[in-house]
Write a protein that binds this ligand. Structure first.
Ligand code: IMP
Length: 190
């Protein structure tokens, strides 16, 4: 069972639902009549995006990017490769990047430079979890934020460890024993 691999539940399903609704309402107020493009990064951000847009009362467009990081799996290098680009042309559009978690901020930094170069009317960030203890890149325009999380590896509500645990309805800290065993043999946390 997935639950057994979780050390501690950090944010419950009900807490997430309440917060997502709050953010959705704020976005609806701020972007009324702007037909914003909500850009989610595959795959982790998809669950947050899916719940978020259903709390919004305004017209929205959704789009997706897929990126992969280079470098060691345990560390984000900020050097990323675009595996799937947007379908939409975002020039002159109001863009909101919807992310599951910001850790070092390097991936988001890259994404903002990439999207910013396409001349959107505005570019903001909406993130569910902020792991600020490990931040390398500051001054990110995080306008909408769900929760602060401690410096621990968390899973659930879209977040994975080796593609598992995304479907947990809550956010929890993964037991160290799960990844320490796996780390010994190969790879790392991605
Ligand atoms: P950053 O470039 O270090 O900010 O990397 C952000 C990405 O790393 C996120 O989009 C996640 O895919 C992944 N990540 C960072 N911390 C965690 C975590 O605690 N659990 C699962 N994935 C994480």
């Amino acid at each position: 069972m997935l639950n057994e691999d979780v050390e501690k539940v950090l944010i419950t399903e009900a807490e997430i639902r309440y917060k997502v609704t709050e953010i959705g309402q704020a976005l609806s107020a701020d972007y009324a009549d702007k037909d914003p493009v909500l850009v989610s990064v595959l795959r982790g951000g998809v669950i947050f995006l899916a719940d978020l847009i259903r709390t919004m009362s305004i017209q929205v467009t959704i789009d997706f990017m897929a990126i992969s990081s280079y470098g060691p799996a345990t560390e984000s290098s900020g050097v990323v490769k675009v595996l799937k680009d947007l379908e939409e042309d975002i020039i002159g559009r109001h863009v909101i990047v919807v992310e599951d978690i910001i850790d070092t901020g390097l991936t988001l930094g890259y994404l903002l430079r990439n999207l910013g170069s396409r001349n959107p009317a505005s570019l903001n960030v909406c993130v569910l979890l902020d792991k600020s203890a490990r931040r390398i890149l500051d001054n990110l325009p995080i306008k909408y934020k769900g929760f602060d999380v401690p410096d621990a590896f968390v899973v659930g509500y879209g977040l994975d460890y080796r593609q598992k645990y995304r479907n947990l309805p809550y956010v929890g800290i993964l037991k160290k024993s799960i990844y320490e065993e796996a780390e010994k043999s190969s790879g790392g946390i991605d």
